[in-house]
Design a protein around this ligand. Structure first.
Ligand code: GLA
Length: 395
């Protein structure tokens, strides 16, 4: 983590320097860590992410014209666009998340006002912690307030997902935008991505810490491989529909049904489907374990999830495997796995609280010895979803 954590007040002051005059509000939206349920959301399955206390913050003020002026504190760059003609930017790619939100809001019939916005953030970029969903969600809330309307949090998540898919061009599931909108402090969120039903699940208050380990290997192949995995899951569904026309997604298939149809599938497609089906079962079992305080069992499900992502889904990499292996080597670790889309980025580990410094030191050393890279660790707390953070008392 290289950025400083700025307070909302500091951001409001920086806004005054950049745009003259005070902002109307400061909003924030969090990054996320997924505890379990990986590559299940685009298969109508289950996920269990938590919002984290690393976020994207936007100070903004409505304008009386149709211009949007942006300043990124992270990149030290200015940009602007007009709401009447929103094109995709070829340089300054970070503006596309804001442009995409404006375009989708307008396409859904919302009248937008121009806006001045200062964007800052602490979510590490390209690390699998969903800085893009955080930016989309914060931008959506900023436009809502500047334009005088408000969406519900589920609606906001769907707008942000459409911006990512239709404007930015990444065919993501709903998990990242959903948790950025609906996260709850000290809770993970169990989400059924088919019905969008959700249930906050308390994380242990004492004795257990959530540690994110950044491999500092950026996720190179992720976009093309992500789309290949989606296509492989769709292929499995097409074949499984021959045996059972009611199958709409891998969510509808049990392991025994998959095994019965194995002879119709390529070995690779079979393994991809097996990951998704067993991962859905693991989410259900681990949510039960978490609710009933069985942390050691929860940790074992995390370990199994990683192994399945590594062997069946093949979205891990040497760096993620090395970090997970190092973490599991410590007796104080309950469980450890890659988190997010894979091919680099971060791991998540559940660790006994009093062992956190030792964990960071030992895993850091072992990871360096195995890969030559320096890891970064974040001990994080589960945080709330997107909201107004300044002025105090404004909702
Ligand atoms: C990315 C996508 C999510 C999800 C994960 C993998 O983060 O944005 O929708 O598919 O990968 O679980």
């Amino acid at each position: 983590m290289t950025q400083q954590r700025g307070t909302a007040e500091t951001l409001a002051m920086t806004f005054e320097e950049r745009f003259e005059g005070a902002p109307d509000v400061v909003v924030r939206a969090p990054g996320r860590v997924n505890l379990i349920g990986e590559h299940t959301d685009y298969n109508d399955g289950y996920v269990l992410p938590a919002a984290i206390d690393y976020d994207v913050t936007i100070a903004c003020r409505a304008r009386s014209d149709r211009t949007v002026r942006l300043y990124s504190a992270l990149f030290g760059e200015r940009a602007s666009f007009r709401l009447d003609r929103i094109g995709k930017a070829r340089t300054q790619g970070w503006t596309n998340y804001v442009r995409g939100i404006a375009a989708i809001l307008q396409a859904s019939g919302h009248a937008l006002a121009g806006m001045d916005a200062l964007i800052a953030g602490t979510v590490p970029l390209s690390s699998g912690l969903s800085s893009s969903a955080a930016l989309e969600t914060a931008a959506c809330l900023a436009f809502e307030i500047s334009s005088g309307f408000r969406l519900g949090p589920v609606e906001r998540a769907l707008v942000a997902q459409r911006a990512e898919r239709e404007f930015v061009g990444v065919q993501c599931g709903i998990m990242d935008q959903f948790i950025a909108c609906l996260g709850r402090a000290d809770h993970a969120l169990f989400i059924d991505t088919r019905s969008l039903a959700y249930e906050p699940t308390p994380l242990p208050e004492q004795g257990v810490a959530l540690i994110i380990g950044n491999t500092n290997k950026q996720r190179g192949l992720v976009d093309s491989e992500y789309n290949t995995r989606r296509a492989e899951c769709e292929e499995a569904v097409r074949v499984l529909q021959l045996a059972n026309p009611n199958v709409q997604a891998l969510r509808d298939v049990s392991l025994s049904e998959l095994d019965a149809a194995r002879y119709r599938l390529s070995e690779r497609t079979y393994r991809r489907a097996r990951h998704v089906i067993t991962e859905n079962d693991r989410v259900l079992a681990s949510v039960r374990a978490l609710r009933e305080g069985r942390i050691a069992e929860f940790g074992r499900w995390m370990n199994d999830s990683h192994d399945s992502l590594r062997d069946d889904y093949e979205v891990s990499c040497a760096e993620l495997d090395a970090m997970v292996e190092a973490a599991r080597g410590l007796p104080e670790t309950f469980g450890s796995r890659m988190t997010g889309a894979g091919f680099g980025g971060c791991t998540v580990s559940l660790v006994a609280s009093d062992a956190v410094p030792r964990f960071m030191e030992r895993v850091g050393e072992a990871y360096k010895a195995a890969t030559g890279r320096t890891a970064t660790f974040y001990a994080c707390r589960a945080a709330d979803g997107a909201k107004v953070v300044w002025p105090a008392g404004r909702e």
